[in-house]
Design a protein around this ligand. Structure first.
Ligand code: GDP
Ligand code: MG
Length: 424
């Protein structure tokens, strides 16, 4: 079985916690895009973990984890993240972590360029996580990037540094007027952070094909959500990679394999980190209440997330982009205590109702149209079965399912691994 777990919305839907839960039936978990701008929070019997680069499967003893060729990997961050997890008692060895030789290395100068550009943009900034993601993907497509496999051939790697640094300084030094990048420092950097990773490097495509042939179950874990996809998201307020399920086999190294199914992770309300159009956004007290209830502060950056009610228009689009066969609806418990809960069912644009997610340029002119449903007042975090949920909570789930035209199979009611309801 080849299953993708993807975000339907703007990211932070709770993918990490669902991967942690569902990975018990899987042998391999792969990340296939993005870098350490991801922030997946997982709480289970082993503790609380924040994962940026490592797949959430790393927390299960018998799962093999893969960082695919579609990723951009900050090797310093990877070393530090792995060591932090080891201190928390997690085993990470070449047996349970495989890093694609084709994945691209995020360099310190990519992080620098990300910061320099956000500072240049000042009040027009994009809200980048400043982890160097856009600059490193740009270099990948400029064919000026370093790849993980090069760490295995240091002499050749070091010989390329001078030429790349010369090119990079045309922008860093001559463009932004910053102190130049030093070739010697880059070589030292590779020695310090590349060496310890050597034994983990392999052709993940070959590994995954063998695993698939042997009948292993493989899961693909996405970062961010459909609305942040470089092609289908709210460009330019997107990430720089493909966050969609259809890209998973490519980004993991197995373009020859087809997904068995796609599970979309969708939040019971909306949240969005950074800039860009967010039609159903709450402001003032409504936003503060929801943000506090949902603990909506970025796992990677600590930034307060923008929040709003569930958005049917954006979510239906997200479901379509992800080709989701089923949905896990997360964080339903956060909505407990409301007299009435709003659902954004359509947008109004120039006096007309819009039900299909439009080209992003017009989103700023769209106004949310709300439907109100009855809320519930009890704590639902202990619920295990649909019958345990108060009628209003179940009705809310059913209404979302109906509006989105996609089956909801899981509902999460707490951050801990076992805090979920399996729907019939
Ligand atoms: P991801 O990036 O999609 O993996 O999501 P994040 O980890 O960034 O954000 C989800 C946040 O919600 C994390 O802090 C989780 O611990 C938390 N969380 C996940 N599921 C639930 C849930 O069902 N209820 C509550 N209250 N919190 C949840
Ligand atoms: Mg996150």
């Amino acid at each position: 079985m080849l299953t993708s777990i993807c975000g339907i919305n703007w990211g932070d839907e709770g993918k990490g916690r669902m991967v942690d839960l569902l990975s018990r039936q899987f042998d391999v978990v792969c990340r296939y895009q993005g870098g350490n701008n991801a922030g997946h929070t997982v709480i289970n019997e082993r503790g609380k973990f924040i994962l940026n680069l490592l797949p959430s499967g790393i927390l299960r003893e018998n799962v093999v984890n893969v960082l695919g060729p579609g990723m951009v990997i900050d090797i310093r961050h990877l070393n530090e993240e792995a060591n932090r997890l080891r201190e928390q008692g997690i085993r990470i060895t070449p047996e349970n972590l495989k890093i694609s030789d084709r994945a691209v290395i995020t360099m310190p100068y990519h992080v620098l360029m990300d910061c320099l550009e956000e500072e240049r943009l000042a009040d027009k900034k994009f809200g980048s996580t400043r982890r160097g993601i856009a600059p490193v993907y740009a270099d990948k497509y400029m064919k000026k990037a370093f790849r993980i496999g090069e760490l295995l051939n240091p002499e050749l790697l070091y010989s390329r540094v001078k030429e790349i640094v010369e090119w990079k300084n045309l922008t860093v030094e001559k463009g932004y007027g910053h102190a130049p990048v030093s070739a010697e420092e880059i070589v030292e950097y590779f020695k310090k952070y590349g060496e310890p990773l050597k034994d983990y490097v392999c052709d993940t495509g070959l590994y995954l094909n063998e695993a698939n042939k042997a009948g292993k179950n493989i899961m693909f874990e996405a970062q961010l959500g459909a609305l942040r996809d470089i092609d289908f998201g709210i460009y330019p307020y997107t990430s720089s990679s493909s966050t969609i399920a259809a890209y998973a086999p490519i980004g993991a190294g197995v373009p020859n394999l087809k997904l068995t199914n796609s599970i979309g992770i969708m939040k019971a309300y909306s949240s969005c980190v950074g800039e860009g159009p967010f039609t159903a956004e709450y402001f003032g007290e409504a936003a503060e209440t929801l943000r506090a209830a949902g603990g909506e502060y970025g796992a990677a950056t600590g930034r307060p997330r923008r929040v709003g009610p569930f958005d049917v228009v954006a979510s239906r689009y997200g479901i379509r982009c992800q080709g989701a066969d089923e949905i896990a609806l997360t964080k339903l418990d956060v909505l407990s205590g409301y007299e009435e809960i709003e659902i954004c069912t359509a947008y109004e644009l120039d006096g007309k109702l819009v039900r299909e997610f439009p080209f992003p340029d017009v989103l700023d002119r769209c106004k949310p149209v709300f439907e109100k449903v009855k809320g519930w007042h009890c704590d639902i975090s202990h619920c295990k079965k649909p019958e345990d949920l108060p009628k209003e909570a179940l009705d809310y789930v059913k209404r979302i399912e109906e509006l989105c035209e996609c089956k909801i199979t899981y509902v999460s009611v707490g951050a801990e691994r076992e805090a979920y309801v399996k729907m019939n």
